[in-house]
Each structure stands twice: as structure tokens, then as C-alpha cells.
Design a protein around this ligand. Sequence first.
Ligand code: NOJ
Ligand code: NOJ
Length: 601
Amino acid sequence: MQQRTIHLFLVIMILSTPLRALSAGLVLQCATASPFVNYQRRQTGLDAYIETQSALSIKGVLANIGPDGSKVAGAAAGAVIASPTKFDPDYFYTWTRDAALTYKMLVERFIAGDSSLRTKIDQYVSAQAILQGVSNPSGGPTTGGLGEPKFNADLTAFTGSWGRPQRDGPPLRATALILYANWLIANGGRTQALNTVWPVISKDLAYTAKYWNQTGFDLWEEVSGSSFFTIAASHRALVEGSALATALGQPCNGCAAAAPQVLCFAQTFWNGAYVDSNINVNEGRSGKDANSILSSIHTFDPTSACTDATFQPCSPRALANHKAVTDSFRTVYPINRGIAQGKAVAVGRYNEDVYYGGQPWYLTTTAAAEQLYAALYQWDKLGSLSVTSVSLPFFRDLVPSVAPGTYAKGSATYNSLTSAVKAYADGYMAVVQKYTPSNGALAEQYEKSTGAQLSARDLTWSYAAFLTAVERRKSIVPPSWNEPANNIPPTTCSGTPACNARMTFNVRIRTVPGENIYVTGQLTQLGNWDPNSAQLLSAGRYTDSDPLWSATLDLPSETVFEYKYIKKTANGQVVWESDPNRRTTSSAGCGSSGTLNDNWR
Ligand code: NOJ
Ligand code: NOJ
């Protein structure tokens, strides 16, 4: 047995030597033939690579969007196909998350001046309006169906088994569309914002306000629990969504109330050293996961002051986390061996990953760069950089002599820290450059010992992620989502989903002056059957012909409850209605309303 192993090993050794020589020869041969081959690309600097790769990446994105994407024939208008690969793995579907992150990039690019994208953006809006109406295994349009992770390329439901629901889709899509709606409002398109875009956004916000506190599958579609990425995306969408609602004079029921609660919950993922990306689940992992780096870059606010609570790119916590997550990949991938802390490495999803053998991904490697570019932008705007005890280990990897303190822009320490961070960020882009094949195609993954492309080819999200990292590198940033005014979580979190229905209680009963009618019952809002905490009805519309007592109350939506009316006489005596208790269900949907028309019994 042992002998055979040795033989095999020798055969591989012998075979691999000429193979290596052969492939080196091939590379050299190609170098003269094509401008994109490895040999020549490695000779070109990072800036030149970034220019070439950016042009290829925007083409790569557009080739994967229907109806005219060159690589996705048959895809509906506005449908972002994750990858043209149909087998091993089959990614010929539209994922709500991938599509939203792709369009977030496209809308940012549109706002920055690429007006050619307008039609594509409008097609996305229409496609999402259709998808929101498609009943699917996660539910119907108002009963959870928006949490469905992926649909067929023709916008019909995918009914196979899958990790569902995934609750990051609706808030991410809301964010992409809010960027567009705000641009429309500022550029003479208020009617379109109100009539076409807001209806899609408002449904996503209603979903988010209603379900943020329920568990679901993480962005990697593997574990069902509470995912930091989902919570971070939900907070941002609710904050900017309620501001947009106000601007449009529309209700966003539960948005403003839920946002601080979501932020409160987000704090519980911080374990003192890094973000534990998945909680409320026993997934048996450390929790160090690019989930958290992606959260930071997708909730980046260029006007923020490095807030820990919202995990801003330049915040001490997010920097400590950057180190924890990136360090976790240093030993697991052979291509990272020997690379010291503080030098860029190939980054994957999380180091316990086994999907395709557990490999580095392009979109997580560019994310590691993007967080640092975004942080550099924030320090520059703030005019200073603070090193705290939390972020010190991150900075010490780059500048070993640094001490905690606040360093003003222009000071020697500020300059040395920011140039080290810039070089470190560029290092991650250089890793991507090193493992980009000669034609510039970006698959989902690259192999951990050879750097060869792996899994789905031409992954839309890989291209989109490359482009946002490059934008931040060039200091092109999205508009603020008003993070600075929304970064203080309440001191105690309330887990109650803030999704209310406005229920009107009408009861007809003849009363005499001094008598009052109340409603009480099984809900906190109804005083839990305690007559002293019952809700008073109003006789404002009481007439002889219509002895109406009425009250409108905010109750948890879609909730079954029992209730009764009571009468309190002038001398305080309580008269209950006769049995049995009344029983009803509050109306479904955040901000929905319902009316109960009862006669006193
Ligand atoms: C497919 C998912 O897209 C991927 O993220 C996951 O790792 C595998 N299924 C295995 O569960
Ligand atoms: C698998 C990834 O884990 C998931 O995040 C992504 O949405 C799908 N692939 C499609 O790209």
C-alpha cells in the first residue's frame, strides 16, 4: 500500500515537471499573440490592469442581463442572470441579492454620469414589479414571497428545493431602487419615482419591517439563523426608505420604528473581537466570514464619522474585523502561504467553506480592498484618523510603531498610515490581478493552490464587485443614506417586529351620560383583559339613530386575538359583554387597516 503511494507520487513528479515547462512555454508563446495573457499582464502595473479589467467588467455585467445580454439569450428584460453557466453549477437564474447588488452598482454609475444605463434601470424596475407578484415556495406577494432567493430567467417561480427564505433580497433591492428614486426626485422625475419605483420599494420595505426579526438563510444560502449581512442591509433600507417615504408624502409603516431596533439587534453580532456573522444557529464555525466585510461596504456612508454601531468601513470594529476575517484565510489556502499579516491575501467566504472544496472568491477579495478604499475616503473627509485599542492590531500590521491616538490629516503619522492602508488595499486588487486569466473573465472562484478559475464562469457579481472596488479607489462614492443621524441604537433591544395594522373598533350601544365604552382583550395594546388598562372608545359620532362608539388602534398585524367591550358607569362599575369572547384576526401587512363592526352583547 505504502509502496504504491510512493510510486504514484513519483509518477506525478515526473509528469508534472515537463507539464510545468510546457505551460510556461505556452504562456510565453501567447504573450506575443494577445494583449491579455498572464505574462504581459503581470508586467503591466496595477493601474493599467484596473483600466482594462474595468472595461471588461462592465461588459461582463451587461452581457448577463436580459433581454439583450449577449451571454444570456432567453432571459427576460431586466433579469440579471447570476452566470451563463447552466451546469456544474447551474447559475442560470436571477437571484434577488445578486441582481440588487449589481443594480446598486449600475445606478451609482448612472448617477455618476453614464446615462446609457437608463433603459436597463427602468427594465430592472419593471422586472422587479413582476417578480414581487409571483407566488413561490416562500409565499405569496404579501405573505412572505418576497423572501424567495431566486427565480427562473423568464421571471417565473423556481420551485425546486433551496435554502429559503433569504431576507436580504428585499432590503438590498430597496436600496438599489431608493438610489434611483432619489435621483429621479432631484432631476425632474418625481412622477416616475412616485408611480413606478416607489410601489416596488414600499413592498420591499413592508417585507423588511415585518420580517427582519425572523430567521432565514444567510447570503451563502447555507445556514438558517440570523445573518449580519441581512440585518445590516435591513437597517440601511429602513432608514433611507422612511426618508424617501417622507419626501414622497407616502406612508412607510413600521420603517422608522423598526430601524433603531434592527440597529440594536445588529450590535449583538459583535463578540468583542470581530463580527460573528451568523447567530441564532449552531453552524459550528468561528463566524469570521466575508459576510461582515460585505456588510460594511454595502452600508458605507461617505458622510459617516467611522461609526462602530453601523460598522462603517473606517470604524475601529470594522477594521479589527477586517483583520480577523482576512487573517483566517492565511493558512487555509496554499496560494497565501508565506504572506505576512498586513500583506494582502486571497479571500474566500469563510475558512470552513467546503463548496467546490472551499476556495477564494473574487468578490470577497475585492471586498477586502473596497472596505479599505472606503475607509480612506472617510478619513479624508473627516480630516483625521483615530487609532483605538480596538483597531490597533489592524494598524500595527501595517505600521508596527503606531500608537493609539488621533492623527490629523497632513500629519506624518496620518500620511504613513493612509499610504500603508492604500498599499494594503491595492494588494488585494493585485491578488485579483494575479489570478485573473488572460482574457479577463472573472468566474465565481479561483483555486486555492493554482489560482485557476473555478465554479460558475463570468459571475455577474464578480464583475460588479470589481467595479465598486475600483470606484472607491477613485474616490467615486454613492450619496449618503443618512447614517450619521441614525447611528445610535437604543440601550435595550425589543425583539417585537414593529409591524402594525390600524384596526377600527366600532360598537353600537345606547348609553347614558357618564357611561363610557372601552375595548379590552388578549393583546398588550388592549390591556391584556385588565379593565383598568382597557382602551377608551369615542362617542364623537354618537347620534340617537346611530349610537356609535369607536376607536382606531395600532395592533400587531395578522394576529389572532380575543376581545370584548366593557362599559364603565359613572360610579366606576364595570359591565362586561356576555360570553363568549369575540375573536378576530388583525389585517395583514404593515400599515394595513381593518374595521370591526359590532353590536354590544
Ligand atoms: C448553492 C449555493 O449557492 C452555495 O452558496 C452553497 O454553498 C451551495 N449551494 C452548497 O449549499
Ligand atoms: C452562491 C452564493 O453563495 C450566493 O451568495 C449567490 O447568490 C449565488 N451563488 C448566485 O450567484
